[in-house]
Design a protein around this ligand. Structure first.
Ligand SMILES: [Zn+2]
Length: 321
């Protein structure tokens, strides 16, 4: 009796699991945030994962709620942002290997024929055939850049990073106006369909399969700590309500856009019906991990062997390896 209690306590505090975070299953021309995994590599990851204990998000909720014991080598698969390639390339492979996954969906982009701002910005800065050699911004601050690869010039890659910082702080309507201004400046206005998101029909088809769960990711994907309480609340609650109306199911799980949250965010979630919320902090979890700040590891475009190396490091140590 005493020994089994001791071993159960030991397991609770020593067994570790990892939550994996994917974004796109695709092979883009450039990928500044390393968000894409090729379909070939994704399949290699799933082959590796078959030897691990991959559980659904519901089972994770049971572990963190002390209703179920955690097995060794536990892993959870998640996807952020609802890209259509998740449906076209990810879903068939997950079904082939019978592995569960959760998809966190920002609701304002469902079925939109428009790139996310970070993808549009990548197209403008890194894919424009003839980028002008100067950008002058009067709004939000008076800044100008000389663009090029010599002396005091700013490279297109650095311009991209500078503009990311500016765009991330804006509300969504302002982001759209800003992107339109940049598109005109660069004479590059064609959104790329391979960067679009799943539509309603695809989301409903996704959730009709037993393996898949849909979770919230706000409405417009803001970096929540940059915004006041009421703005955060309408973004979080609006995203949940939209998905509940769409799917007919309660939405119990959420991922913070860009991993960002502050005390206001945590207070809002504590009052909502959300049971588990996920960050982008690269750490493993244990059975006593806080349910509203569950860490996740971003998976790179690695072959199976490299993926397994990282997975084992993540399981064993609390390192960034
Ligand atoms: Zn996201």
């Amino acid at each position: 009796m005493f020994r089994s209690l001791l071993s159960s306590i030991k397991q609770k505090y020593t067994r570790r699991g990892v939550v994996l975070m994917y974004h796109r299953i695709a092979t883009p021309l450039s990928d500044p945030w390393e968000l894409s995994v090729s379909p070939e590599h994704f399949e290699e990851h799933l082959k590796v994962l078959k030897a691990y204990h991959v559980i659904s998000i519901k089972e994770l909720a049971d572990i963190l709620g002390n209703k179920r014991r955690m097995a060794t080598n536990t892993a959870i698969i998640t996807f952020d942002d609802g890209y259509r390639d998740n449906y076209l390339a990810g879903k068939p492979l997950l079904e082939k290997y019978n592995l569960p996954a959760t998809f966190f969906i920002p609701t304002n982009s469902i079925g939109e024929q428009q790139e996310f701002w970070w993808d549009a910005l990548e197209r403008i800065c890194l894919q424009s055939p003839n980028l002008p050699d100067k950008l002058i911004l009067e709004q939000p601050d008076n800044i100008s850049w000389d663009i090029g690869n010599s002396g005091n010039m700013v490279s297109p890659a650095d311009l991209y990073l500078n503009l990311c910082v500016i765009l991330r702080k804006m509300p969504a309507t302002q982001q759209q106006t800003f992107i339109k201004t940049l598109e005109t400046w660069a004479n590059n206005t064609n959104n790329r369909p391979e960067y679009f998101t799943m539509d309603k029909k695809e989301l409903l088809d996704l959730q009709s399969g037993k393996l898949f769960t849909i979770g919230a990711h706000t409405m417009t994907h803001p970096f929540l700590p940059d915004f006041p309480y009421n703005y955060q609340k309408s973004e979080i609650q609006g995203g949940i309500t939209h998905l509940e109306e769409l799917t007919g199911n309660p939405i119990k799980y959420l991922a913070y856009p860009h991993g960002g949250r502050d005390q206001n965010t945590l207070d809002i979630l504590a009052e909502s019906g959300v049971g588990l919320a996920f960050t982008t902090d690269p750490q493993h979890f244990k059975a006593d991990t806080d349910k509203l700040t569950i860490p996740r590891f971003q998976v790179g475009n690695w072959d199976g062997k490299t993926f397994e190396f990282h997975l084992n490091n993540w399981m064993r140590n609390n390192t960034l390896a």
